[in-house]
Design a protein around this ligand. Structure first.
Ligand code: SAH
Length: 469
C-alpha cells in the first residue's frame, strides 16, 4: 500500500524538514503488523515527493489477537485486502512515521509549521464501501480538496465482473502539513469498513485530537465520527457530544430529550404525516380511516383534501380523542365538514363493523404500542375484516435508535412501545401479513436515511388483491 505526498511549494525540499525525514535516507518504522517505509522518489527545490509504503504481513495480522478481518469466513483470515488498501493501518503508519509533523512541531525550521503549501496526495488504493465516490468526495471536498478518483474494475481479465469498491485517489489542497496529515489520519479509516484494531475510549481521544480545528465544523461530522468509531453507538455519541462543545446538553423534563432531538422529532413527525398523506392521495382513496389517530394531527391534514369524502379517526384513548376534537375545532365546524368526519373510540385488536367499507387506512406509529401477542388479532381486524384496498402503516426503525443520544442501546424510543423492529423484522412481518391476506406490500423509508442504519421510521404500503406470486 502506497501513499505519496508531493509538493511544489518553493523550495519543495522544506517538506523533508517538516516531516523530519531526510530525503536521502530510506527509513522504516515498525508497526505491530508489519513495517512502514518512508522514502523520497523525488527531491528537488521544484518538486519533492515523499512516499509512505506499508508492508503488512497478513498472516501476522491474523495470528495475533487482532483477528478481525477473518470474522466472516475462515479463508478470509488469509485472503483479505488489508495489505493492499489504505485503511486504519495507514493512519497508524502516518502517525508513527510523521509524529512530530502531526503534532505541529518542526525543530529546525519552526516557522514552517504555519506555512500553507500546495500538496498533491496520491493514495494508490482506497476502499470506499457503499456510496463509493460520493462518500469520498463528501469527506474531502468540504475541506477544500480537489478530488480526482479513478475506480478500478474487479479484474481486468474478467471485465464483466464489473467495478470494485477500490479507487485510486488524488487529492490536492493548499494547507499546512499538520492539517494535511490530520485529515488523512481521520478520513482514511473513516472510509474503511473493516477497521482492524480494537476501538476503545482511547480512539475518541485520538479522533478529537486529530480532528481539532476542522472536524467540529465539517458537514459530515456525524458520519465521519460514526464511521471512524466503526459505528459503535455509545462511543460515537460521546465523541459527538464533546465535538459539539463538550457540554452536556440540558434535557427536557417531560420527554428526557435534548432540544435538538425534540426539534428533529417534530420535523420527523411532520415528514411522516406528509408522506402518509401523499400515499393516501396517490391511492385515489375517497374514504379513509386513521387508526390510532391520537390527537388528530393527520386528520386535520386529511380534512383539507377534497379527495376525501369520508374520514374516520379511531383511538383506544378517550383522552386522545378529546384532544383530537379540540384540534379539529369540532364544536365550530360547519355541518358540511362535520358530515365528512367521524371520531370514535375503539381498539384495534377487536373486530369492529365500523371499520368496514373504507378505501384506505392509515396506521401511523401505532402497532408498536400493541402487545406482540395481540398482533395476530390486529392483523385479523385490519387485513381480514376491515380489508381496505390500501393500508399505509408506519413503525419506528429500531436500528436508528443509536443515533438518539438519550436512548441507551437496547431500549426503546417511547415508554409505551412494546417492541421496535429492525427493517428486516418489519419487512418479514409485513410480507407475511400481505401474503396471508392477498395484499401486495412495498416499503419506503421515513425521514432522512443514514448509511448502515436506515431512516428513523419505516413505511409499508399494502394494496389489496395485487399479490405478486
Ligand atoms: N397516529 C398518531 C398517534 C400515534 S401514538 C400519530 O402519528 O401522531 C399511538 C396511538 O395509538 C395512541 O394515540 C394510542 O392511544 C393508540 N393506540 C394504542 N393502542 C391502541 C389500540 N389497541 N387500538 C387503537 N388505538 C391504540
Amino acid at each position: 500500500m502506497l501513499l505519496t505526498i508531493t509538493t511544489t511549494h518553493k523550495p519543495a525540499t522544506d517538506l523533508g524538514f517538516l516531516l523530519h525525514k531526510h530525503p536521502d535516507k530510506f527509513q522504516s518504522v515498525e508497526l505491530s503488523i508489519g513495517k512502514a517505509h518512508v522514502f523520497y522518489p523525488d527531491s528537488s527545490e521544484e518538486k519533492t515527493t515523499v512516499a509512505l509504503l506499508l508492508d503488512i504481513d497478513p498472516i501476522d495480522m491474523v495470528r495475533g489477537a487482532r483477528n478481525l478481518s477473518g470474522k466472516e469466513f475462515t479463508l478470509g483470515q488469509y485472503v483479505n485486502d488489508r495489505p493492499y488498501v489504505a485503511s486504519s493501518f495507514m493512519s497508524v503508519a502516518l502517525s508513527k512515521a510523521f509524529a512530530t509533523a502531526m503534532n505541529g512541531k518542526c525543530k529546525d525550521r519552526p516557522e514552517l509549521v504555519d506555512t500553507k503549501m500546495s500538496f498533491d496526495v496520491k493514495i494508490a488504493v482506497l476502499p470506499a464501501p457503499r456510496g463509493g465516490e460520493i462518500l469520498i468526495r463528501k469527506l474531502f471536498e468540504p475541506l477544500d480538496y480537489k478530488v480526482n478518483l479513478q475506480r478500478h474494475i474487479l479484474d481486468d481479465k474478467f471485465k464483466n465482473w464489473g467495478e470494485s469498491k477500490y479507487f485510486t485517489a488524488e487529492l490536492s489542497n493548499t494547507i499546512t502539513t499538520k492539517e494535511l496529515l490530520s485529515h488523512l489520519y481521520v478520513l482514511i479509516p473513516a472510509l474503511d469498513n473493516d477497521k482492524h484494531y480494537f476501538v476503545s475510549q482511547n480512539e475518541i481521544e485520538k479522533l478529537l485530537e486529530k480532528g481539532k480545528g476542522w472536524l467540529e465544523t465539517h458537514p459530515e461530522k456525524e458520519q465521519i465520527t460514526r464511521r471512524y468509531l466503526i459505528n459503535l453507538g455509545s462511543l460515537t455519541r460521546q465523541a459527538l457530544e464533546r465535538l459539539n462543545d463538550g457540554e452536556e446538553p440540558e434535557l427536557d423534563k417531560e420527554t428526557g430529550l435534548t432540544q435538538e432531538e425534540i426539534r428533529k422529532k417534530e420535523t420527523l413527525d411532520q415528514q411522516r404525516r406528509s408522506l402518509v398523506l401523499e400515499q393516501l392521495i396517490k391511492s385515489k382513496a375517497e374514504t379513509v380511516l386513521d387508526l390510532g389517530c391520537g390527537e388528530g394531527k393527520l386528520l386535520r391534514m386529511l380534512i383539507k383534501e377534497k379527495q376525501f369524502s369520508k374520514i374516520a379517526g379511531m383511538d383506544v384513548s378517550y383522552n386522545e380523542l378529546t384532544k383530537a376534537k379540540d384540534r379539529l375545532h369540532w364544536e365550530e365546524m360547519a355541518p358540511k365538514q362535520k358530515d365528512r368526519i367521524e371520531l370514535f373510540q375503539g381498539a384495534l385488536t377487536y373486530n369492529d363493523k365500523r371499520l368496514e367499507g373504507f378505501d384506505a387506512a392509515a396506521i401511523v406509529e401505532v402497532i408498536e404500542h400493541l402487545d406482540e401477542n395481540r398482533l395476530q388479532s390486529f392483523e385479523r381486524v385490519v387485513f381480514e375484516c376491515a380489508k381496505p384496498k390500501t393500508v399505509i402503516l408506519t413503525t419506528p426503525n429500531a436500528e436508528y435508535n443509536e443515533l438518539f443520544k438519550n436512548i441507551k442501546a437496547e431500549t426503546m424510543r417511547h415508554t409505551d412501545h412494546r417492541f421496535e423492529w429492525t427493517r428486516k423484522e418489519f419487512e418479514e412481518w409485513a410480507k407475511k401479513v400481505a401474503k396471508n391476506n392477498n395484499y401486495k406490500v412495498e416499503f419506503l423509508p421515513v425521514g432522512q436515511e443514514e448509511e448502515m442504519i436506515g431512516a428513523p421510521s419505516q413505511m409499508g404500503i399494502f394494496t389489496y388483491g395485487n399479490q405478486s406470486t
